[in-house]
Ligand binder design. Structure first.
Ligand SMILES: O=C(O)CCC(=O)C(=O)O
Length: 273
């Protein structure tokens, strides 16, 4: 499968931002279940793109401040001026709720997860210019401990810049090609801090798309991203929605966050700015 076959005709998204129910076509929903991923080109509008871009710098500054406080340039997956994973930015920048709980995201969640949906995680992923580091092959579920039972959840990866191989876009390995549809054990790479779960030769399908596109993939779909070899930042924003609260075994403590969004088919308007 190529990126072209993962992609939806853009015309199908023309009314996405006002959709109350279906955002995806039946063919896109089927593709998601068959391949573990589907791409919606130019799915968000200019206002939403500006909103997401607008908060990105502040999120990076927060990550820098955490590194400052710990007197380090490497914190978890973060490397100063090089690679940023700025987690849960909406908790300090509530304007992001407008996007997280937007009709567009509601429609996507209804189409792919059904009538019970929780916000599980969100983050900016930024690669610095001229060498922003790659990110290793993984399933997002590989970052959830093996003893935490959970149904595969949904990652919505929003391209905030035009994405291509030179600036370190993501590569997706369709589940239909790999034949793996459940979490596998990952190995921690001490040098990068990454969890790594695939060691084969398949390079995956590069997601080459304009800013504002969304790649939707399951938490058991393998993906990676490349180096940024351009002189500009490469920014993405991702939100993960789960079927259920995902909690640390024996503690009741959520792994990420567990905010009800849709419960029993009813949208819970729980977050206002
Ligand atoms: O490089 C990216 O934008 C993707 C990062 C990623 O794969 C992840 O956060 O799970």
């Amino acid at each position: 499968m190529t990126t072209a076959t993962l992609a939806a005709p853009s015309s199908t998204l023309s009314s996405a931002n006002s959709a109350k129910t279906h955002v995806l076509t039946p063919a896109q929903i089927a593709a998601y279940h068959e391949h573990g991923a589907v791409i919606l080109p130019t799915a968000i509008n200019a206002e939403q793109l500006a909103l997401l871009r607008g908060s990105c710098k502040a999120a990076m500054d927060e990550t820098d401040a955490k590194m400052d406080a710990e007197g380090t340039d490497v914190l978890g997956l973060n490397r100063r001026n090089n690679r940023y994973f700025s987690g849960q930015p909406s908790l300090t920048q509530p304007q992001l709720f407008d996007f997280i709980f937007s009709p567009l995201m509601e429609g996507i969640c209804r189409d792919l997860l059904g009538d019970t949906v929780h916000v599980f995680w969100e983050q900016y992923v930024v690669k610095g210019p001229e060498g922003g580091m790659h990110f290793s092959w993984h399933q997002d579920s590989g970052y959830v401990s093996a003893d935490t039972q959970h149904k595969p959840y949904l990652t919505c990866w929003v391209a905030l810049d035009d994405m291509f191989e030179e600036n370190g876009t993501i590569y997706v390995l369709p589940t239909s090609r790999l034949g793996i549809r459940s979490r596998v054990e990952h190995i921690w790479d001490k040098a990068t801090g990454d969890q790594v779960g695939y060691f084969g030769n398949d390079p995956g399908d590069a997601v080459i798309c304009p800013a504002g596109s969304i790649a939707l993939f399951s938490s058991v779909t393998f993906h990676r991203s490349g180096w940024n070899r351009t002189p500009r930042l490469r920014r993405s924003y991702l939100i993960q929605y789960s079927h259920e609260p995902i909690v640390r075994p024996g503690t009741g403590v959520p792994y990420g966050r567990s905010e009800p969004f849709i419960v029993g088919g009813q949208r819970i308007a729980s977050r206002n700015k």
